[in-house]
Design a protein around this ligand. Structure first.
Ligand code: SF4
Length: 508
């Protein structure tokens, strides 16, 4: 193998210490390696799991895949490319067809296949979105190829960079020379060059961890972390196991690193955690007294299926009027948005008139993305009709978005600051003041625990984004009605949570 610029090792490193026989059947693809970085268990299940346990893709996931494909086609459509001709799924044929194009010296190859077998028997396979011809020296002649990975994301996340480096790594064995560069094409950001010198050791560490874990065939323990699990196709399978095991990851506040420390002390059940005193775990790395108190109280709340005051010793009832104001008119506010497109398409406001005993929902909906400014102005007019009404919402997103829209549409600060002063974040209040026997402090689990039901049980923010995209494509108002129904239910659920919280604190 020749080196293109002398910055890289002469060949990809092979781990010599493990017996080659254990690796004979191991096939590591870029997809497996990508998933391994997010969850070791997912990579394991992708290789060894039974297909019948996989969830079908949700509407939202299908939309993401379609968006990603469209983005790739847009980028690729801007340049002429060669696509290797092979039967789908026949990776060996794909690798041979790709190599043939590389040997011909074509300028760009889209959807190529790179394949190599390491001396220890592990097969490495990757499918770079684009291979671009570069000047240099390789087994091919006076040229070589460098990979480009096209991603829908806006940021050059480490796991994207590792995969682009993985392409370079296999490419080095295929063409007998290291590419000098590798790039990501990100949405709204264009080309991002990867620092291969920095990334290569990271890739090797991730790759060897992945090879070892998969060669051992040990199924990693389940750990439900909603941020990474919610879109995973093994979710129902893993969640079922976690529920059956009453796994501690279902307890809010138990992060993967905290779990390892608790496990070392043999505190792996809700009962065990509920029976200790916070002092017994406050010294654990990353804990401290506050985390320890929260975790123990969370376990007690879950064990006894009971809401508990977070600071039962302090007199918080007098705080209620300040922190959770009850007024003649109250507004409950929820936004529907597509953050990837920086687009707000619905401001939902429930006006609760306690004197008249009426509840009126206003769904300020953009029929088209170009109406974002119009619905923003409608929202301002509506909320300023009730200049002293507190505005309840759930999580900081509504405040952040109101501030962003104010800048975007040159709304005077004098109209925004007093408005934001009226905002009351119920998520902040709930998590600071009480502990509930639920798995997550999102609006749905809290309101459902209080007996509130959404008219569409499967609706969620991601589904709303899918519905809006469907509306734009089909002009079928059924999708808009579904969004309005879901948003109204979110506002009503927020109202239910607020009333319950005030009442619970007053009674406690
Ligand atoms: S559901 Fe979660 S734990 Fe299970 S494989 Fe997927 S990401 Fe991993």
């Amino acid at each position: 193998m020749q080196e293109a610029g002398g910055r890289f090792p002469a060949s990809p490193t092979i781990v010599p210490s493990l017996p080659t026989s254990s690796y004979q059947e191991l096939w590591i693809t870029d997809e497996v390696l990508f998933n391994y970085q997010r969850c070791h268990r997912r990579a394991f299940l992708d290789v060894y799991g039974e297909a019948r346990f996989r969830d079908p893709p949700s509407d939202y996931l299908s939309k993401l895949r379609q968006d990603s494909l469209t983005h790739q086609q847009t980028v690729l459509g801007e340049q002429s490319v060669h696509i290797p001709n092979y039967r789908r799924g026949d990776w060996q044929a794909g690798a041979e067809a790709t190599l043939a194009l590389m040997q011909q010296g074509v300028d760009r190859i889209a959807k190529g296949v790179l394949l190599t077998r390491r001396p220890d028997g592990v097969v490495l396979q990757s499918c770079p979105d684009l291979l671009v011809k570069q000047p240099g020296y390789s087994n091919l002649g006076n040229w070589l190829y460098a990979p480009i990975e096209i991603k829908l994301g806006k940021r050059p996340k480490l796991d994207y960079q590792i995969i682009a480096t993985f392409h370079t790594y296999i490419l080095a064995t295929v063409q007998g020379a290291w590419a000098e560069a590798a790039w990501l094409v990100l949405r709204h950001r264009g080309l991002y060059e990867i620092d291969l010198v920095e990334l290569l050791p990271k890739l090797e560490a991730v790759l060897e961890g992945c090879v070892t874990a998969l060669a051992n065939q040990q199924e990693p323990e389940v750990f439900i972390a909603h941020s990474r699990c919610d879109l995973c196709h093994w979710f129902s399978h893993c969640y079922g196991i976690a529920e059956h095991q009453q796994h501690l990851s279902l307890l809010p506040g138990v992060t993967p690193s905290r779990y390892l420390h608790l496990k070392a002390l043999d505190l792996v059940t809700v009962e065990a955690l509920a029976e200790i005193t916070p002092k017994q775990i406050e010294m654990l790395p990353g804990f401290g007294i506050q985390v320890a108190q929260k975790l123990v109280q969370q376990a007690q709340s879950t064990l006894h299926n009971q809401a508990l005051l977070r600071h039962s010793s302090s007199p918080i009832a007098p705080l209620v009027d300040d922190e959770l104001p009850t007024a003649a008119i109250e507004l409950y506010f929820d936004i529907e948005a597509a953050p990837e497109q920086n687009l707000v398409y619905l401001h939902g406001v429930l006006v609760v008139d306690r004197l008249q005993q009426t509840e009126t929902f206003h769904g300020l909906l953009a029929d088209h993305p170009a109406q974002e400014k119009q619905i923003w102005q409608q929202f301002l007019e509506l909320v300023w009709q009730y200049p002293t009404a507190p505005i309840f919402h759930f999580c900081p997103y509504e405040v952040q978005t109101v501030r962003r829209l104010a800048i975007e549409y040159d709304t005077p600060v004098a109209a925004i600051d007093p408005l934001v002063d009226r905002f009351v974040d119920l998520h902040e209040r709930v998590t600071r003041l009480v502990t509930l026997p639920i798995e997550s402090y999102a609006l749905k689990p809290i309101a459902r625990w209080l007996g509130f039901d959404w008219r569409d049980a499967d609706a969620n923010g991601a589904q709303s984004i899918y519905w809006y995209a469907q509306w734009l494509t089909t002009q079928d108002r059924t999708f808009l009605n579904a969004i309005l129904r879901y948003n109204e239910d979110d506002c009503r659920a927020t109202h239910r949570v607020k009333d319950w919280l005030v009442e619970f604190i007053r009674r406690s």
